[in-house]
Design a protein around this ligand. Structure first.
Ligand code: GLU
Length: 415
């Protein structure tokens, strides 16, 4: 059976890369462990008057290339190993996009769907109270991740300002535009994925106007991906799903209408003029492009052999296990690995930091143009490494990123 511990997966991926690059064992060992971990207990007064203690984490993985950067996740199943994995992937992601940033990740073990807005606000502020000394625009910069949003970033920023008595907007990204956020941040991860798909189609000689798409997961990234696929690339989205199930219409689905349906009913299922399809069947659907956009470990050694898509665009973090990678590569499925495919989010976060430092803001066109350039350049760096070393796209992405982090450690005199 497949090993599903995410941190072990990041180790396996790194170990393969170390082998390809013949990394020095000491350097390899250094890249296998986070440089700092902060574990905090967060006592919160709940609305019913009781006190509940939540567990929070922040992992700063590697800051050779600059201050660490990464999202904060509010989730009931968060384990320290999944935060470590998130922080490791952020290190490789920032290096791949050539951002002057290292990698971090954070999380609080909680069930945000069962908490009131007031409880969430108290939790967000308490988390910052406990870790503020380790944060700052030149130290570590959080952002949204699963079940955290611009409002939560706003409370966190406000709390940080109260403690530091210093209004440095660049301490957190993914903020509302009214308080120093960037335009174009909301759909940035999905949009970056579209630019990467466009480049992949070019390399593979696929005519995007004739392609069909399935999107697994209709959360934040997934719903933007579904609408941008048709708007930007001219593809036909024929299937989408969420945790309750999926819908299929071979004539094409209207992403905006699905989003309206989901906001009224809580799910994409039972969308008019569509047939039901399970999440498992959606992965094996006969489409040109498959976009896993929500969960981890959904493409495993069990189903990888049944993937029929030509392009697997990983908008989620960690949707494919290492065993599945090998099967997909052998079957000629072109993977756009997660930390390239969804890097649009942190890239626009970086643009947000730059705008905050300047106190001068760009328009949407400028954001889209600069994001396109970053993703396109990174896609080709990965594609070139994959043909040069004759390895799959994920290993190639690792090769590019790890070489950059190692170079930074070297010139700083760490190794
Ligand atoms: N959580 C997002 C990611 O995994 C964004 C991180 C950021 O903007 O710092 O890429």
């Amino acid at each position: 059976m497949t090993e599903l511990n995410l941190f072990e997966i990041t180790h396996k991926q790194l170990d393969e890369c170390a082998e390809i690059l013949q990394l020095d064992p000491g350097v390899h060992a250094m890249l296998r462990s986070p440089m700092r971990e902060i574990h905090v207990s967060l006592p919160i007064r709940m609305d019913d008057g009781s006190v509940k203690v939540f567990q929070g984490y922040r992992v700063q993985y590697n800051d050779a290339k600059g201050p660490t950067k990464g999202g904060i996740r509010f989730h009931p199943d968060k384990t320290i190993d999944s935060v470590r994995a998130q922080a490791a992937w952020m290190t490789w992601k920032c290096a791949l996009l050539d951002l002057p940033l290292g990698g971090a990740g954070g999380g609080v073990l909680c069930s945000p769907k069962e908490m009131s807005r007031n409880e969430l606000e108290r939790l967000s502020r308490k988390y910052i109270d406990q870790i503020s000394e380790y944060l700052g625009p030149h130290k570590d910069i959080p952002a949204p991740d699963v079940y955290t949003d611009p409002q939560i970033m706003a409370w966190m920023m406000d709390e940080y300002f109260k403690i530091s008595q210093d209004q440095q907007f660049g301490v957190i990204t993914g903020k509302p535009v009214a308080i120093g956020g960037s335009v174009g941040r909301a759909d940035a991860a999905a949009r970056g994925g579209m630019y990467a798909i466009r480049e992949a189609a070019e390399v593979l000689g696929l005519d995007l106007s004739k392609t069909t798409v399935a999107v697994l997961g209709y959360g934040n990234a997934g719903h933007f991906a579904a609408s941008l696929c048709s708007e930007l690339l001219g593809c036909k989205v024929i299937a989408v799903s969420d945790s309750r199930g999926g819908i299929l219409n071979r004539e094409g689905l209207d992403a905006k209408a699905i989003q309206r349906h989901k906001s009224m009913t809580g799910s994409v299922i039972e969308f008019p003029r569509s047939q039901a399809i399970s999440n498992e069947d959606l992965i094996e659907l006969d489409v040109d492009i498959l976009i896993p956009a929500a969960l981890e470990n959904v493409i495993t050694d069990v189903n990888a052999g049944k993937v029929k898509a030509k392009i697997l665009a990983e908008l989620a973090n960690g949707p494919t296990t290492p065993e599945a990678d090998d099967i997909l590569y052998a079957n000629g499925v072109h993977q756009i690995p997660d930390f390239l495919c969804n890097a649009g989010g942190v890239t626009v976060s970086y643009f947000e930091m730059v705008q905050n430092a300047y106190m001068y803001f760009w328009d949407k066109e400028m954001i889209h143009q600069r994001l396109d350039k970053k993703i396109t350049t990174s896609y080709h760096a990965v594609y070139n490494a994959s043909t040069r070393f004759n390895i799959d796209m994920r290993k190639a992405a690792y090769v590019v990123s790890v070489m950059r982090v190692v170079e930074a450690m070297k010139v700083r005199g760490w190794i």
